[in-house]
Design a binder for this molecule. Structure first.
Ligand code: SF4
Length: 182
């Protein structure tokens, strides 16, 4: 437990929790929200619908692991309309996710990382003309997998909303078990 907390703290994680994949829902309604394309990533990356695969394929991929480590990053905003602050927080959280991945990779036998806002590994994604350059390191999105993030946070015992003038981002690492005691 201490080793895990140390890695998460070191990466800048705010809160974390665990959810069994058997208890997770994968909803077409969430995928439908991706299609509205508010983020501009729909049909642009292998990590997002439709490139990430069907809802059924995403569900099967997740359920091939036993559980998800859910973790969050909380960032301060000047006010509720601070778009630049939200984008800065989003970029910081991407680094947090990479930090968690680097810290935990030696302690898991296989994993799948789902993050916020699509894969950011390459400057330009190969989608749809060529296969993904780094399939083992590409991060799919929670929403792209049909996961309703506020419900996931609740199932993991975490706060989805952390008060006025803050933004909270979430990610999830699917794995079987850690090679140290949690
Ligand atoms: S690793 Fe590169 S090619 Fe693969 S999904 Fe991410 S950005 Fe696209």
């Amino acid at each position: 437990m201490e080793r895990l907390k140390e890695i998460l703290r070191g990466a800048g994680v705010f809160e974390h929790g665990f959810v069994s994949t058997a208890e997770m829902d994968f909803l077409q309604a969430v995928r439908d929200m991706c299609e509205v394309n508010t983020c501009g990533k729909y049909d642009k990356l292998w990590s997002c619908p439709p490139g990430v695969g069907t809802l059924e394929q995403c569900r099967e991929r997740c359920r091939s692991f036993a559980q998800m480590l859910v973790f969050s990053g909380k960032y301060e905003l000047e006010d509720a309309f601070d778009y630049e602050g939200m984008m800065a927080g989003m970029r910081q959280f991407k680094q947090v996710v990479r930090g968690v991945e680097a810290g935990l990779r030696p302690y898991v036998n296989g994993y799948l990382m789902l993050s916020n806002e699509g894969c950011d590994l390459c400057e330009a994604c190969t989608y749809p003309d060529a296969p993904c350059r780094h399939p083992a390191r590409a991060h799919g999105t929670l929403e792209g997998y049909g996961i309703f993030v506020s419900e996931l946070a609740s199932a993991a015992g975490m706060r989805y909303n952390n008060g006025p003038n803050t933004v909270t981002y979430f990610a999830g690492m699917l794995f079987h078990s850690f090679l140290f005691e949690t």
